[in-house]
Design a protein around this ligand. Structure first.
Ligand SMILES: Nc1ncnc2c1ncn2[C@@H]1O[C@H](COP(=O)(O)OP(=O)(O)O)[C@@H](O)[C@H]1O
Ligand SMILES: [Mg+2]
Length: 269
């Protein structure tokens, strides 16, 4: 009998704007996946280091952040810290110097592949690696695409973001092709975020999304509802699942967590 093994999945969370709910999605998925028995590494690619706040972590020096991993002389030993005292969730924290690293990657050999190369030469032990991307589609996001086995695209139900989805998807495919990624990381799903049922425009855009998703041939996941409790939870450095375990919005992540956990288990026999 072959040895039990699981295949690590690397999920890049990508959007072409800030405030769409990327970090919220990253954090809540990490928690939901840990509850399903997966170990998760959350990597903060954002110079604004939003994950620190969401995970209740004190900010760290560049040396103890992703900056070290992406620096030229990385020799291994990812700087990881546990989130919420959960042994199954570890965070590689971000740092403002990531914007300089991003500039440096432009002129570095294999600059677009640096994160992918690090994950290859110094693998993480986790079942799932989640990449929380910055809002600007630069070198850092290209690194995320090159390192990902699949991408998730959160969408806010505003005109700009709904009409921009096709552009973002095309951009991601073009980057994958330019970088000759084989296989090209599939877009695992569109995730409507910050959905407010009391707003007619949200309800209208939500109705349009199945067609948009079908045209793009991408799975559409159930919407994450807008709730002020998300803000309260993150202000306390907690995911909503821990802050308000009985809150109905916690269920909004379940379909996605189910599918990702199944993907991570594929190859286990
Ligand atoms: N479903 C939601 N309901 C209410 N507030 C939300 C929700 N999702 C995100 N937010 C809030 O919106 C802001 C932006 O979300 P965030 O996840 O940081 O987006 P991004 O990472 O795309 O910039 C944050 O203050 C966050 O707490
Ligand atoms: Mg963010």
């Amino acid at each position: 009998m072959p040895k039990q093994q699981s295949r690590q999945i690397v999920v890049g969370i990508l959007a072409n704007a800030g405030g769409v709910g990327k970090t919220t999605l990253a954090v809540h998925l990490a928690y939901a996946l840990s509850k399903r028995g997966c170990s998760v590494a959350l990597i903060d690619l954002d110079p604004q280091r939003a994950l620190d706040v969401f995970c209740g972590l004190p900010s760290v020096e560049a040396e103890d952040s992703l900056v070290r991993v992406l620096s030229k002389d990385f020799v291994g030993g990812w700087p990881l810290v546990r989130a919420w005292n959960n042994p199954n969730i570890e965070v590689c924290q971000g740092h403002p110097v990531l914007s300089q690293i991003s500039d440096d990657l432009v002129i570095r050999r294999r600059g677009e592949y640096t994160l992918a190369d690090r994950l290859q030469s110094h693998p993480l032990r986790h079942d799932v690696v989640i990449l929380d991307c910055p809002a600007t589609l630069g070198m850092i996001c290209e690194n995320a695409i090159a390192a990902s086995t699949g991408l998730l695209v959160p969408i806010q139900l505003e005109m700009k973001s709904v009409s921009g989805v096709a552009d973002l998807v095309q951009w991601a495919i073009a980057i994958s092709d330019d970088l000759q990624l084989k296989p090209r990381p599939p877009i695992l799903g569109l995730v409507p975020c910050l959905y407010d049922n009391s707003r007619a425009i949200h309800r209208q855009y939500l109705r349009q999304l199945p067609d948009v998703a079908e045209q793009l041939q991408i799975k559409l996941y159930p919407q994450i509802r807008d709730s002020s409790e998300f803000k309260n939870a993150s202000a306390n450095g907690l995911p909503l699942q821990k802050y308000r375990p009985a809150h109905p919005a916690n269920r909004d992540f379940e379909d996605l967590a189910h599918d990702l956990a199944a993907l991570a288990r594929k190859g286990k026999w």
